[in-house]
Design a protein around this ligand. Sequence first.
Ligand code: ZN
Length: 191
Amino acid sequence: MGISKLKLPKVCEHCGKAFEAKSVITRFCSDACILAASRKRKKQALEEEHKQHILQESAATIATIQTRPYISIPEAVVLFGISRNTIHRLIKAGKIPALNLGERLTRISRTHIEAMFTTVAVPEKKPQGQQPIKLQYDPSECYTINEVSEKYEVSPSTISSIIRRNSIPKRQVGKFVYVPKEQIDKILAKK
Ligand SMILES: [Zn+2]
């Protein structure tokens, strides 16, 4: 009896059965379980690889869509996470320019949808003892440059320099530039 009669109680990592292992590194109860576990591992590796492949492909698709000024409706659904119905409604309301290149070949302006879903973002500042700075403005809370010009009788170029000097947030939608009413009023009402 040269071999040590080691008896290590273990639980098979594949079938979960209790067994006596011959060595500390034994993980499975039988050859059948060793084989089955190895098959399972290979299958999981393949599935993981497949998943990665799909992820890479969809990232590549999105990157391509993002470079085009006009995109299809299914592409807009993917890119902006909005429903087809919403898109059709926006087209009907004239909010998104659309080209109809034939049946099921509607192309819509990517930049317009982008502008629509991006609200005016204000760079964060830390005022002391003042009320917190508002971070987003609704279009109804904004003036266009023309409106500011008419209300305060200042030229658009003066307004531009006021916007720049005071770091007033602005947002361009189509040919119009929008600026928050409350910030403009605060500065121009004093003059
Ligand atoms: Zn087993």
